[in-house]
Write a protein that binds this ligand. Structure first.
Ligand SMILES: C[S@@+](CC[C@H](N)C(=O)[O-])C[C@H]1O[C@@H](n2cnc3c(N)ncnc32)[C@H](O)[C@@H]1O
Length: 200
């Protein structure tokens, strides 16, 4: 069984105002860049406690939330009644198990740095999208490794934007764009966050 790196964090995850604010900025940037509608079924990869998907929920029909962490999924499940869309929670490691389902969009915030093989993940995203399906992936710009002060299964100290965009391009995505979406604030430093958008 995979280790739940977020087990001791899940209960207090949303107590950090800077974290909540960062994901809110990301959600606003996604809503500015992409159009959603009430017939859409989207996936949130690495959904955690649902900070991102709850902001997008009012604009879509259904969100499939994918997360490996049982403790984070429980926090999200507690929000189900308050969400303004249908919710499916899948507890799985998407880097190891393929999902035979198609979506109209894939959103993700602060999760890709936990994924070892970024190229393969983008190819999987491409295969899981309907024609013209959209992606909106936010994560850290390249940093010095100081963002995480404890081991939470990190494979990348952020990303170089050009390299990250190229992974998506190689996977087949079109109309790709990367822009600044937020600043993740820690007591000791600020960390810029980018948002990549595009479509199949
Ligand atoms: C930093 S949290 C971000 C949570 C949420 N997206 C947010 O912005 O608040 C990263 C999440 O990705 C999940 N995760 C990491 N690797 C994963 C994988 N291979 N498959 C599914 N979920 C994964 C973790 O369990 C965790 O909940």
């Amino acid at each position: 069984m995979s280790k739940d790196y977020f087990q001791h964090k899940a209960n207090n995850y949303e107590q950090d105002a800077n974290r909540v604010n960062n994901v809110e900025n990301i959600a606003n940037s996604i809503l500015q860049n992409l159009s959603f509608c009430k017939t859409m079924h989207i996936m949130d990869f690495g959904s955690g406690t649902g900070l991102l998907l709850e902001k997008i929920a009012p604009f879509v029909d259904k969100v499939t939330a994918i997360d490996i962490s049982n403790s984070m999924n429980k926090m999200l499940a507690d929000k189900r009644k308050k969400l303004r869309c249908n919710l499916e929670i899948l507890e799985m490691d998407l880097s190891k198990t393929k999902l035979d389902e198609k979506f109209d969009g894939i959103i993700s915030s602060m999760t890709m740095h936990h994924i070892k093989d970024i190229q393969t993940m983008f190819k999987d995203f491409y295969n899981m999208l309907n024609d013209n399906g959209v992606i909106a992936i936010a994560d850290l710009d390249a940093e010095d490794g100081s963002f995480h002060t404890e081991d939470s299964g990190v494979f990348h100290f952020g990303f170089d934007r050009k390299i990250f965009l190229n992974f998506a391009k190689e996977a087949g995505f079109k109309n790709l764009k990367i822009e600044s979406a937020s600043i993740a604030k820690k007591p000791y430093r600020d960390y810029p966050i980018f948002l990549l958008t595009g479509n199949k």
